[in-house]
Ligand binder design. Structure first.
Ligand code: ADP
Ligand code: MG
Ligand code: MG
Length: 904
């Protein structure tokens, strides 16, 4: 038999047939056991049945490949020889565990059986050999219970009650007036075993198997079968683990943590998985077995106490942990058991960790010369950096709240972080309450552009409807606002100013807490802690030297900057956002949406006047009011961005978004404009569109009303000239939206060039600038060569490009898109991660055509995708010059770009 199609791989006594490179075949757990054995870590001997057998088993109606029987028997013989005990021997029995273990760890998803090989005969042998009948029967009752559950399928009848055997155990404990399993006597255990067996018989109509080999094959089948249980399948879907991988089975000699007070079992991490602190971290239980620590049967003790209780084993454990971390060059999560002061290691794997820990461990390991900077960059999930920037709930506070029954429901974790405040239902209230110094949470069924200021004023935003790309979620991300979106359990009653969940009613002014990192919503207040990085960079309320986290963060980001090839710009509409972006090291603004400025203060009146004016004269009158305001906006942004490029998009959204909606609004406006209410209402109605997304918007507005583009260009260039005169060097890039033909861009370009020349002439000063376009229509991609003749840059507006390429309206997709993704009709939500095959193909065409026509054509992306790691990697691959994302995602984008450069 060749090395690659063996049916079993043995390990023990310092030798192993497998190694750490054989994860695919042996599973993570198996590969780890083989490797540990090789490097001299004390591991109980055993063997692994590879994942290939699981695949065979699944494809052949639960049958095994020829020869497995013999291979298993041989491997068992080897173990028996090592240990001097025999499987099924009534005098000196070998007991084994049968453990699952896939390529990627799937914690708790599949099954494991411990203490296998016990029956009414062997248990007596074990009792005599160990001189500890209580231990022998403790192991036996554990085995019967586990086997009945995992292999025989004895489950509880419903979700609220425990399984039948646990009920028997609880009943016994109650009758004996004891709390812990450890207080049961040997006789109690013996009784339990026979009570269990008769319960199994009466429930399942079959006997508990006494023959150890029947037990073994039952367990092997159950473990292989558990690869396809509902839990495991769902887990794989969630984490994109292929179904064909299969699990391995590890058969291993038992070591016992339940032999008495010189015994224990536990779990340790080589570093603190929450903070990344380089300290020995973990938990253990004396006189216990494997699962007890995790199952919460007794509260485990901190690993540090082990030093006092079993110093020899503790020191050895510590040495081994160091060895394993060094060997695997990664933080390890380790399972161990101590049997009569002897330490055994049962599992080692890469430890899961928070964003804080991830960053810290990566940087520390470079310092400790364990890994290179490049490896460190690849070890932090870009999205995890988010956690470093958000205020966080005090963990204890959250636990208390949950225990007190204050959890109201869960929505989408749309804007990570923690926020506590008083409930308000309207944006104006949020602003008003905030100006009185109140912390508020804006609770809406959903939000609209009108709510921006209210969202800004609120600590956090909570909506009952909407997805990850809903307005609330999008704005929250850009603002760095805590947000839980689409919490369906909430019934929001604007009229009554109340929010209800089942019987609970909360009213305006009541306290509520939302956790945008998990989506949980709690009644009442929970203490929060602010992010140190923001305190250093933005508020400047913390000295960089005093913030450990900041030090780590800035060092790490420096490495990312040195590595990446993609530029990183930001989407910012206002000076304060630009300031945040610069604090995070943005290299320019990739998208400044001018329309958001139109909502500020009472400008909306002037905007409405402009839209509803009868003729050009009327429009120009209104535009003249807007001009100085826009000029100031741009000046503010240019000032902050210095000589970095600032990409300004001319007016884009359909006009009716700005229109007055309520009667009062229409009446007020009629008075300002000096027209009668009826006429105005008619005009408003005329401007409604059937499909505004494809309607009168983008450059179509500037083409119908050139004076709008004119005013915007004038504001931009006057602002730039003024600053130039003050010795600064602003760099505007004027971006025309929704262009589908060369001619459209040409017409707008002529206006901008003319106004620029006029302004520069008036000031007697030159300003460098570029004119380009957003590429957001399939047609624009197909004729990109022609458009490139007019454009000095392209910026992919992948939000609209996705809508138009897929023929999918983002605002309506919420009804079916989630189920599309769930059922694999689309690999991902295309509004979250670029549809690389479709939208991506259009982008490639546009890039090739554009660059062919114009050398050095600058290319970027300004859609939401510009802040999403997988999309960023794609942007790197197709050769964009930069990505632009919201200010709070700059670090994520930089790291993603660095990773893309490293992965090639
Ligand atoms: P999981 O993948 O769910 O962690 P494991 O196969 O690791 O399942 O086993 C569950 C528990 O049983 C672990 O705590 C492990 O340490 C313990 N265990 C497994 N095999 C043995 C053994 N041979 N001797 C003692 N304890 C064991
Ligand atoms: Mg385990
Ligand atoms: Mg667009």
């Amino acid at each position: 038999m060749t090395a690659n199609n063996r049916l079993t791989y043995s390990f023990g006594e310092g030798k192993a047939q497998g190694n750490t490179g054989m994860r695919d075949l042996l599973g993570g757990k198996g590969a780890g056991l083989h490797e540990m054995t090789r490097i001299g870590v004390p591991v109980p001997p055993g063997f692994t049945i590879p994942t290939s057998v699981c695949r065979y088993f699944s494809l052949h109606h639960r049958r095994y490949p020829n020869g497995l029987n013999k291979a298993v028997a041989d491997a068992l013989r080897k173990m028996e020889k090592h240990l001097g005990r025999r499987f099924g021997d009534p005098v000196n029995p070998l007991l084994i565990s049968v453990r699952s273990g896939a390529r990627e760890s799937m914690p708790g998803m599949m099954d494991t059986v411990l203490n296998l090989g016990l029956n009414d005969l062997t248990v007596e042998g074990l009792a005599v050999r160990s001189k500890n009948p209580r231990f022998a029967y403790d192991s036996y009752r554990r085995f019967v219970q586990m086997y009945a559950d995992v292999v025989m399928g004895l489950k509880s009848n419903d979700r609220t009650t425990a399984d039948p055997l646990t009920q028997i155990l609880d009943g016994k404990k109650a009758r004996r007036g004891i709390r812990y399993d450890t207080e049961l006597t040997a006789d109690d255990m013996r009784e339990l075993v026979s009570e269990y067996k008769s319960e199994i018989k009466s429930r399942l109509g079959k006997e508990f198997p006494e023959d150890p080999y029947d037990q073994l094959w039952g367990a092997i089948g159950a473990v292989f079968g558990s690869w396809n249980n509902d839990r495991a399948v769902a887990y794989r879907e969630l984490y994109r683990i292929p179904h064909h991988w299969g699990t391995a089975v590890n058969v291993q000699a038992m070591v016992f943590g339940n032999l008495g007070d010189r015994c224990a079992t536990g779990v340790t991490f080589t570093r603190d998985p929450a903070t990344g602190d380089r300290r020995f971290y973990g938990e253990f239980l004396v006189n216990a077995q494997g699962e007890d620590v995790v199952a919460g049967i007794r509260t485990p003790r901190s690993i540090i106490e082990l030093k006092r209780v079993m110093p020899t084993a503790f020191n050895k454990l510590r040495r081994i942990c160091k060895l394993l971390e060094k060997h695997f060059r990664e933080m390890q999560d380790i399972e161990f058991t101590i049997e009569d002061d002897n330490l055994w290691v049962l599992q080692t794997r890469t430890g899961k960790r928070t964003g804080f820990a991830s960053l810290r461990i990566a940087v520390d390991m470079v310092k400790e010369r364990i890994i290179s900077k490049q490896e460190a960059l690849l070890r932090v999930e870009p999205d995890q950096l988010n956690q470093l920037l958000r205020p966080i709930f005090d963990l204890q506070g959250k636990e208390n709240a949950q225990q007190e029954g204050r959890l109201l429901g869960r929505g989408l974790a749309a804007g990570p972080g923690a926020a506590t405040g008083r409930i308000v239902f309207h944006a104006e209230d949020a602003v008003a309450w905030n100006s009185r110094g109140e912390r508020v949470i804006l609770c809406r069924i959903e939000t609209s552009p009108d709510d921006i200021r209210g969202m800004d004023a609120a600590q956090g935003v909570l909506t009952a409807r909407g997805g990850m790309t809903s307005h609330a979620a999008l704005v929250a991300r850009q603002m760095g606002k805590v947000c839980v979106a689409g919490c369906e359990a909430l019934q929001i009653d604007y009229a009554d100013r109340a929010l209800r969940v089942d019987q609970t009613e909360l009213r305006e002014g009541d306290w509520i807490s939302i956790d945008g990192s998990t989506g949980a919503v709690f009644r009442g207040e929970i203490q929060t802690l602010p992010s140190e990085i923001l305190q250093v960079l933005l508020n400047r309320s913390l000295d960089a030297r005093h913030s450990n986290i900041y030090q780590y963060f800035s060092k790490f980001m420096k490495w990312a900057d040195q590595t990446r090839k993609l530029g990183v710009r930001t989407n910012a509409d206002q000076p304060d956002q630009a300031a945040i972006a610069r604090a995070f090291g943005s290299e320019g603004i990739g998208l400044c949406r001018t329309e958001h400025m139109f909502f500020q203060g009472d400008r909306i009146q002037a905007v409405r006047e402009m839209i509803l004016a009868d003729d050009e004269t009327g429009r120009r009158r209104a535009l003249a009011k807007l001009l100085p305001m826009q000029r100031e906006d741009f000046k503010g942004i240019f000032e902050i961005m210095g000589s970095l490029p600032v990409t300004i998009r001319t007016l884009d959204p359909p006009l009716h978004e700005f229109l007055p909606k309520t009667n009062t609004e229409i009446e007020e406006l009629a008075e300002v404009m000096g027209v009668d209410v009826g006429t105005l209402r008619n005009k408003v109605n005329v401007l409604q569109e059937f499909n505004p997304m494809l309607g009168h918007r983008g450059c179509r507005l500037g083409i119908s009303y050139p004076e709008i583009t004119e005013m915007q260009a004038q504001a931009i260039f006057e602002a730039a000239c003024e600053l130039r005169r003050e010795g600064q060097n602003p760099f505007p890039e004027i971006m025309i939206p929704l262009v589908g033909s060369r001619q459209e861009l040409h017409e707008q370009r002529v206006i901008v060039d003319r106004v620029a020349a006029e302004a520069m002439k008036a000031f007697g000063i030159k300003v460098r600038y570029l004119i380009g376009t957003m590429i957001e229509l399939p047609r624009a991609c197909m004729v990109a060569d022609e458009i490139a003749e007019e454009a000095e840059f392209f910026s992919f507006g992948t939000n609209d490009l996705t809508q138009t390429c897929l023929g999918l309206s983002r605002d309506d997709a919420g009804k079916f898109l989630p189920s599309y993704v769930l059922h694999g009709l689309l690999p991902d939500d295309p509004f979250v991660s670029i549809d690389q095959d479709g939208v991506g193909a259009l982008m490639r065409i546009a890039i090739a055509k554009g660059r062919r026509r114009r050398k050095g054509l600058e290319m970027g992306i300004c859609g939401e995708h510009g802040g999403e790691p997988r999309s960023i990697e794609f942007c790197h691959r197709i050769g964009l010059d930069y990505v632009s994302c919201s200010p709070y995602r700059i670090a994520i984008a930089k790291l993603s770009a660095a990773q893309a450069a490293l992965r090639k």
